[in-house]
Design a protein around this ligand. Sequence first.
Ligand SMILES: [Zn+2]
Length: 332
Amino acid sequence: MSELHKFIFEGLPVRGMLVRLTDAWQDILARRAANSETGAYPAPVRQLLGEMAAAGVLMQGNIKFNGALVLQIFGDGPVKLGVVEVQPDLSLRATCTQVGEVADDATLSQMVNVHNEGRCAITLDPQDRLPGQQPYQGVVPLFGDRGEKLENISEVLEHYMLQSEQLDTVLVLAADDKVAAGLLIQRLPIEGEGNLAGKADSLMRESVLGQSEDFSRISILTKSLKREELLGLDAETILHRLYWEEPLARFEPLMGEIGPRFACRCNRERVGQMIRSLGTEEVEGIIAEQGQVEVGCDFCGAQYRFDPVDAAGLFTGLPTGLPADVPGGSVH
Ligand SMILES: [Zn+2]
């Protein structure tokens, strides 16, 4: 079962989270594999999307925000788009759009950052967005401070957290065909830290330095976690192995109904709106050619079919799917 574990280091300004997506991740992969148009993801794309899915859950779990967290990669290579959307209740969905060949040993930059123009966007979309209100979005490049291409999505997101939240973060991610997992450690802001340089308060300085040493030590422990360990060991074992000497306090794990799980938010009405946005002419053209409009959901694989009557109904504002002999439902 997929699970999210939150914990703090008692008395230290450090908190952490560990996520393991098993059934939720396998569900996402199985739906993609069942899609006859795309087929299954190649291994490197699977790893990228799995790491994004784990990171998305960690980031959503880390904020108090009533809305969707959407993590996107806009690639300039064969992988054009990677999307992970995590709701406040930790339900999630994910998909990747691949247009070219991806070699079995492709690196992150070979997939999404060939010309160093790939981007990663983090969007917070409020649940009850007011008309005209824009979702908050932060965008970071896929290169480091010296323009060097980053080869781990975890480094890209560590940069983002430092930039947007001013928080030191250590992120370890891994994914294969069974598990997508991640471990996040974050240093909490300390009151008065910003004034440290200006004030010659030696006591304060000492205590802040001490707490910063705690974070460094916990960071080193966290970074020592190997990919295989993150994928192969259960949460108890990982946390014990890494932090057995630390004052770890754990919260009740989030799993099952309240844990990370796959759920798609597509429905016929939204697909209808999308078709309507194409315009009458375009839709009539598709119907003339194919006899109906068929739209597949990239996230879950659901197929939505609009026959000529359904499609015409979209433009007359009538409910779709009504039989033609229902009064007011016929289209001439
Ligand atoms: Zn769907």
